[in-house]
Design a protein around this ligand. Sequence first.
Ligand SMILES: C[S@@+](CC[C@H](N)C(=O)[O-])C[C@H]1O[C@@H](n2cnc3c(N)ncnc32)[C@H](O)[C@@H]1O
Length: 186
Amino acid sequence: MNGLLHRFGYHLARFPVHRAESLIRLIQDHGFRTYVEVGVWKAESSRKVLGKTALEKAWLIDPYTEWDTGGMSQRDIDRMYESVRRYFARRHPQVQLLRKTSQQALEQFENGSVDIVFVDGEHSYAGVKRDIADWWPKVRVGGVLAGDDFETEYEGIIRAICEAFPMDRLHFAPDSFWWVEKGERD
Ligand SMILES: C[S@@+](CC[C@H](N)C(=O)[O-])C[C@H]1O[C@@H](n2cnc3c(N)ncnc32)[C@H](O)[C@@H]1O
């Protein structure tokens, strides 16, 4: 596999496999300094992103209430929140973990103020449609709105994204990752 990729002039390390690697690459390549993640959960992506970028400010937004939690109790969710909070407080003081819904957090962001927003909160058609409509204006010109789960299992997500942006504006990477860059005319 590796040899085959080499033959085509690629090195495996250049391939982003996990969504976080695509986020890291976008942040590094564009020199982004500010980051919003909607939907944090165990902070699997955000730990990687914060560990490998020079972000000056990151807002991680999640209400930490019942979700598609596989039967996890609110007490366990509270513990998870606390462990994520402590992790970032110790290692990445530029992180603000906002225990809010996406909609509640929205008001503290000015339009055109964020370099990159990663929407990964509600996974319904209506939820994704609303998050795109809410957060796209917050992205600055030259910035990026990104998400994942662009896959058949989440038909509603695909529909919401395709209604918001024409296909030729969408970029894709492995792990069902997608993003759109904001231009002067958006
Ligand atoms: C797929 S998980 C996030 C995974 C994380 N982005 C990662 O890549 O490691 C989805 C999260 O969205 C959160 N969520 C659900 N509804 C939300 C809303 N309205 N606003 C913000 N977060 C929400 C859930 O609590 C859950 O933690």
